[in-house]
Design a protein around this ligand. Sequence first.
Ligand SMILES: Cc1cc2nc3c(=O)[nH]c(=O)nc-3n(C[C@H](O)[C@H](O)[C@H](O)COP(=O)(O)OP(=O)(O)OC[C@H]3O[C@@H](n4cnc5c(N)ncnc54)[C@H](O)[C@@H]3O)c2cc1C
Ligand code: SF4
Length: 429
Amino acid sequence: MQYLPLYAAVFALVWLLFIRRQRRITRLHAAQLAQSLEAGLAEPPSLHPVIDPSRCLGSSSCVTACPEDALGIVKGKAVLVNGAACIGHGACFAACPVDAISLVFGSEKRGVDIPNVTPQFESNVPGLFIAGELGGMGLIRKAAEQGRQAVEVLRKRARGQFDFDVVIVGCGPAGLSAGLAAIQHKLRYKLIEQEDSLGGAVFHYPRNKIAMTAPVKLALVGTVRFGEVQKEKLLEFWQGVVAKAGLTIAFQETMQGVEREGDGFVVRTARNSYRTRSVLLALGRRGTPRKLEVPGEETAKVVYRLIDPAQYDGQAVLVVGGGDSALEAAIALAERPGTSVTLSYRSAAFSRVKTKNRLALEQARAAGRLRVELESSVKAIESDKVMLQTSTGTVALRNDAVIVCAGGLLPTPLLKQIGIEFETKYGTA
Ligand SMILES: Cc1cc2nc3c(=O)[nH]c(=O)nc-3n(C[C@H](O)[C@H](O)[C@H](O)COP(=O)(O)OP(=O)(O)OC[C@H]3O[C@@H](n4cnc5c(N)ncnc54)[C@H](O)[C@@H]3O)c2cc1C
Ligand code: SF4
């Protein structure tokens, strides 16, 4: 009994510390939310949680479960404080103790087109299959499982007079896994990839990012248990599997069209036409890089992503775009010795970028390490210069390389043309 005041004092102290910590975290989350709203980064790209505030207890289970730090607690309720970071694996949904979370596509403001596919991954166009993130389901494991399962289904179709049993488009987790399954089932396959590297979205994760993935079953390989794995290790794993299985990939071939031919298809790229019984679209949702559509764009000095800033040392580089990837490329290049960097963006301000990138760009500009041309557009690209239309007229800039970071275009019109039906989701499952 004599210790009661002491216990009460300890309890009160612990409680006080807990409340202070909770308040500090709430302030931090509210600031994160304000920042992502200001930066235009509150909209999640695909599947994401919607929290029912009348059910939410503010237990923080979802905040703790989210590996992307996309959720926070604001005014006692869970909120998506960093929508753009949400990758839709639904760990939050599983963690919520009171079922306050539902997972949806799109929002009231922004519709997301999801193709209609059967549980066997076939679209409404018979013989045309869709696997992975393009079909709405993100995540490495789900994409890889779907790629394998789609091949299990399409291999049963009669072969017919075609050069290939299946053309697989896209070499991310879904396409890679489908390719392995095609080898296992001795199918005549063609796997095409628009980029010069495999891995799809994984290849573009930030350096050293830890990917989390549940066990996944791959044809020829068996069940792979990654758990948490660094991006670079995951890519190394895929490269090893591709080499061991002898999977052939036609890199730098972009699917530009698919047409019906009899009960099969012709898949067209800039270099080839492939006649095939079935098509498996494993395109993901990043799309094909948006082009500038200006004279000279076809030259080798124009690329659509920065791979190694050091390769531009001593050169005059124009970066085009106003998103995070454009800013990050310009900032990285500005740090290289002797590199002269201009960033061209068509709008008057960078409105959808992370604050840290905006600040770093401002610093580099103030230090004279790069030049920023807002409200400008590229008019022509020549061997030693680019013509830039600015608010004060046309200027010629000395130039050795152009890096276009203007986002990606999903081939939705092309897919609609061949008859694939989509549903536009505005915040529904
Ligand atoms: C930053 C970030 C972090 C993530 N972290 C995780 C994580 O920790 N765990 C997890 O499970 N998931 C994570 N994801 C999600 C996961 O990476 C994707 O869901 C998965 O890669 C989807 O695989 P996919 O094969 O469907 O598509 P993608 O990986 O997008 O691959 C599609 C491929 O198709 C190619 N392609 C597209 N159009 C064409 C065309 N017309 N012609 C030829 N080729 C074309 C593309 O170049 C690309 O290589 C993350 C995503 C992002 C953006
Ligand atoms: S879906 Fe995944 S990334 Fe998005 S908020 Fe939930 S746990 Fe985080």
